[in-house]
Design a protein around this ligand. Structure first.
Ligand SMILES: NC(=O)C1=CN([C@@H]2O[C@H](COP(=O)(O)OP(=O)(O)OC[C@H]3O[C@@H](n4cnc5c(N)ncnc54)[C@H](O)[C@@H]3O)[C@@H](O)[C@H]2O)C=CC1
Ligand SMILES: CCCCCC(=O)/C=C/C=C\C/C=C\C/C=C\CCCC(=O)O
Length: 261
């Protein structure tokens, strides 16, 4: 499906899952803004994407999503440059159990802010044309590990917030679809922090448990997560769905009892 004329903003877009999603969006003819903390990586990524897709289709904005004013500016300059916003992927995330408050800020608070900013630019409530928001959670929200308690809490939070907002979008007639996406282990630099005491703090001692889990359940490629993301973007019947992606079942959806949290 062509996304010709659509404009997407992807946080954490310079690497890993975000980078794969940016690539897929460009392949589908969307204009894409990569928002990322890492300036060197973002600029290098933009240069590669310009070479592959042509200049003017992709922009890099250096921004720490934990800085609310900077995130607001990033949304504003996206609309300033491309004239509209249709797709927002709140993807940036970290695993830092030592600085766990930062983990809550990046993985949960910034996803909430990113969702509210997306609505300001896309919701019918604000006189806009509608759109779609995908918030990246994790299978860690379903199968927790002693190795990353606060990370796990943030990923639970992303699902709860997203489901409640999806209901608000229906009842408030926002014209915006909202989904959560939960990958299992994915082969990105994030996974390498598993053995890093600077990130995992005292929980690093549980790394063998985590690595056993990786061996047992397998490790996915970022391209499959991008495929799931594109399905959520293009299939208008999936509003509110919580997509899971695992090696054993591929792309599938979590089922909830009626009225369950
Ligand atoms: N890799 C994995 O096994 C899994 C990852 N996830 C989630 O997927 C998302 C993406 O993860 P990966 O691609 O694996 O990570 P990654 O570490 O490979 O890439 C994350 C990108 O986000 C950027 N970033 C980090 N903090 C930022 C901030 N404060 N502001 C702006 N940009 C920031 C980084 O510079 C980097 O480019 C995260 O939310 C993560 O929790 C979920 C399940 C599994
Ligand atoms: C260093 C930490 C990086 C954390 C990245 C992350 O979010 C990884 C979490 C992934 C999953 C954690 C828990 C469970 C195992 C994964 C899949 C279960 C699949 C079950 C099945 O049906 O096969």
């Amino acid at each position: 499906m062509s996304l010709n004329g659509k404009v997407a903003l992807v946080t954490g877009g310079a690497q890993g899952i975000g980078r794969a999603v940016v690539q897929s969006l460009l392949q589908s003819s969307a204009k894409v803004v990569m928002v990322d903390l890492n300036k060197a990586l973002g600029e290098e990524c933009k240069a590669q994407l310009d070479a592959e897709f042509g200049e003017g289709n992709c922009t890099f904005i250096e921004c720490d999503v934990a800085n609310g004013d900077a995130l607001r500016d990033a949304f504003q300059s996206t609309v300033g440059q491309f004239g509209r916003l249709d797709i927002v992927i709140n993807n940036a995330g970290i695993t830092n159990e030592k600085d766990w408050e930062k983990t809550i800020q990046v993985n949960l608070t910034s996803v909430i802010k990113g969702t509210y900013l997306a609505l300001e630019h896309m919701s019918k409530e604000y006189g806009k044309q509608g759109g779609t928001i995908i918030n990246v959670s994790s299978m860690a929200a379903f199968l927790h590990s002693p190795h990353q308690p606060v990370y796990t809490a943030t990923k639970h939070g992303v699902i709860g917030f997203t489901r409640a907002m999806a209901d608000a979008a229906i009842q408030g007639d926002y014209g915006v679809r909202i989904n959560a996406l939960c990958p299992a282990f994915v082969d990105t630099p994030l996974l390498q922090s598993v053995e890093d005491e600077d990130n995992m703090g005292k929980f690093v001692k549980f790394k063998d448990d985590f690595k056993r889990s990786m061996t047992k359940f397998g490790v996915l490629q970022p391209s499959l997560i991008a495929e799931g993301m594109m399905r959520l973007i293009t299939d208008t019947s999936l509003h509110g769905a919580v997509m899971k992606i695992t090696c054993s079942k591929g792309i599938h959806f979590h089922t909830y009892e009626p009225m369950s949290a």
